[in-house]
Design a binder for this molecule. Structure first.
Ligand SMILES: Cc1ncc(COP(=O)(O)O)c(C=O)c1O
Length: 366
């Protein structure tokens, strides 16, 4: 049996956006505008602070998150027995992989995408296959080819992010259904972390009836409960039971439950954020076109932009107090991902990007 200090047990931590204290210290910065995490630009609803302030922190949280699940059931139309909240959706990605995969099982990830799927599958001891979208096809997958690969591999889990981070590719319902069908008897995990910011998104909750699709939603994005940590899974009933049974008790702390409830009671705040993102996204698209930069059409609250050497552009922007996501860790060293923030903040970013462009690092379209 392996001991806990044995090297083979080490798993490479995925790289994420956002600046940790260590990097801020190294750079000698105490304030930046963060375009590297794609979060509601208005921050959480004011009701969240009020709800958290009212809490008595000396009590355990409700282990069932009952009121939160009731509220989520009302908002999503999914029965509360099928809803599993977690300490952010990252927690649920790991819980799903460790509950549904055994050592040696196959797992499939449609990439390039969010790094936690791979990490979770590796922790579970699964053998991972990535179906990589080609740059030449605008990073959209060949769905028929992907279905063939999935059918051949017979994975326990298939991870699909829709809209996809970082490319913004948003698959239609028919394409997701085809992938789910190919995944049988395995499960398609459809991560909808950014779906609230898609204009006219289709309703994926209807796919739950198929029995082998589960959805992940992240309240750290649309409701900006980023530091509080809250996400939820919508699952077929048996899968929800399985996840509950294996989730550590009190994973969802009292502040997250209260903050989640307060957020759900203020849908007006989310609508305001969606409008804010829509307006700022139009501005960014117009200005990137004017700068003659290549980018993928944004479907949600971030945009993938080709800039040449992404690590250098990120560094130069940090010098101007702005943080963007260098996409090298996604296997895209020529791209940065920019979150859509308020228009005024986007204007600051665009000015800084123009300066960097003039300094000669960014690759404008010839
Ligand atoms: C696609 C995707 N899923 C899930 C997450 C994790 O979200 P949470 O903060 O809820 O753990 C992220 C965060 O960046 C993400 O990009």
């Amino acid at each position: 049996m392996a001991s806990c200090d044995s090297k083979p047990l080490l798993i490479q931590k995925p790289v994420h956006g956002g600046l940790g204290v260590r990097e801020l210290r190294l750079l000698g910065l105490d304030h930046i505008i963060d375009f590297s995490s794609s979060v509601n630009p208005l921050g959480p609803s004011p009701k969240v602070k009020e709800a958290v302030a009212r809490l008595d922190l000396a009590y355990y949280p409700d282990p069932e998150s009952l009121e939160l699940r009731e509220a989520l059931a009302a908002v999503t139309g999914v029965a509360m027995e099928q809803i599993v909240p977690g300490n952010g959706s990252t927690d649920l990605i790991h819980l799903t992989a460790s509950s549904c995969l055994s050592a040696g099982d196959e797992a499939v990830v449609l990439g390039p995408t969010f790094g936690e799927y791979e990490a979770a599958c590796r922790v579970a001891g699964a053998s991972l296959h990535t179906i990589s979208a080609e740059e030449g096809r605008g990073f959209s997958w060949d769905i028929q080819e992907s279905c063939r690969t999935v059918r051949d591999l017979k994975p326990g889990l298939v991870f699909l992010c829709n809209p996809n981070n970082p490319t913004g590719v948003y698959l239609e319902r028919r394409e997701v259904e085809e992938l789910a069908e190919a995944a049988r008897p395995g499960m398609l995990v459809l991560d909808e972390a950014y779906v609230s910011f898609v204009d006219s998104a289709w309703d994926a909750t209807e796919l739950l009836a198929s029995g082998n699709v589960m959805l992940l939603r992240s309240m750290t994005k649309d409701y900006a409960l980023t530091g509080l940590r809250l996400g939820y899974a919508l699952c077929p009933p048996g899968v929800a039971q399985l996840l509950f049974s294996r989730q550590p008790t009190w994973s969802v702390n009292a502040a997250a439950q209260a903050g989640g409830l307060a957020s759900l009671s203020d849908q007006e705040h989310l609508i305001k954020a969606q409008r804010c993102v829509g307006g700022a996204r139009d501005l960014i698209v117009r200005e990137l076109q004017a700068l003659r930069l290549r980018f993928l059409p944004p479907s949600a609250n971030f945009v993938l932009v080709e800039v040449g050497e992404a690590s250098s552009v990120r560094r130069q922007l940090l010098g101007k107090g702005i943080c963007v996501r260098d996409c090298t860790s996604f296997g895209l060293p020529r791209y940065i991902r920019i979150a859509i923030r308020r228009k005024a903040e986007c204007a600051v970013l665009l000015t800084a990007l123009k300066d960097v462009l003039n300094e000669g690092t960014v690759a404008a379209v010839e």
